[in-house]
Write a protein that binds this ligand. Structure first.
Ligand code: UDP
Length: 236
């Protein structure tokens, strides 16, 4: 599989066309942004870690019946994926209070919920990705009722599979963000990435943060946290 023209460059990834109109190649960068793009930096080695970890989890999810965009890992940083049109919703699942949830509702981080929660943000840089409910998403034509139902079911299923998997690695899955896409036949698949950039991972014993919060909050030890997650997943 060979790259042809670059289609898009985002904050953390580039996307290239291939000879196959249904397949694109994603190339992961070490660039990191946070705080709505205000904070910029580099996390050395992040691109390769996120690529390999995301692919591993996508494969695991496929085994559990969740359709994903994953096709083939090409090298450390590059993966062939099915071309999708992204549903412009960021889907966030939470098991434990943290981040914007704790801030919005004035509660501490670390409250374990009886049931996981779901919320959507409208993916729109000009509007700074505002929180949106499913009725408004429907009113704006961002997705159909059926698509929203499918996305909710898939997101909770992803949570069940990931929670169990990470528990086995001594990692608590606090919350995470998913993106979904439509294939050319209109079916919905899990897309984008699943990595320490998009999930909150806490060490089960110490609650030490093993994710991008170390970068967002200038805590130091960012590279080591990503490497530690890589070690837990791949034993290297
Ligand atoms: N998240 C993400 N991209 C975003 C916003 C959030 O991947 O643009 C992830 C984040 O890593 C966390 C979860 O979604 O695992 C919930 O994030 P939150 O809403 O608490 O926002 P934050 O505190 O990161 O601004």
């Amino acid at each position: 599989m060979e790259k042809t023209v670059q289609l898009y460059e985002g904050k953390a990834k580039k996307v290239f066309a291939t000879e196959d109109p249904e397949i694109v190649i994603v190339s992961y960068k070490d660039d990191a942004t946070a705080l709505d793009g205000l904070k910029k930096g580099t996390i050395v080695g992040k691109g390769a870690i996120n690529n390999r970890m995301s692919n591993y989890i996508m494969r695991l999810l496929e085994k559990h019946g969740v359709p994903t965009h994953f096709v083939e890992e090409l090298n450390d940083r590059e993966t062939a994926v099915k071309k999708v049109s992204i549903v412009p919703l960021e889907v966030i699942i939470r098991n434990i209070s943290a981040g914007s949830f704790a801030k919005r509702y004035g509660v501490e981080e670390g409250i374990v919920f009886k049931e996981p929660t779901i919320e959507f943000s409208y993916k729109n840089d000009d509007l700074h990705d505002p929180l949106i409910n499913s009725y408004h998403a429907l009113a704006l034509g961002l997705a159909t009722k059926e698509e929203i139902e499918t996305i909710k079911k898939m997101a909770f299923k992803v949570n069940e599979v990931m929670k169990e998997y990470f528990k086995g690695l001594g990692v608590t899955l606090v919350d995470f963000k998913l993106e979904f896409g439509r294939l050319s036949d209109g079916s919905i698949v899990l897309a984008d990435e699943i990595s320490p950039d998009t999930c909150r991972f806490w060490d089960s014993k110490t609650n030490e943060k093993l994710d991008k919060d170390r970068f967002r909050r200038d805590m130091g030890g960012v590279e080591d946290a990503y490497k530690e997650m890589m070690r837990r997943v791949f034993g290297e």
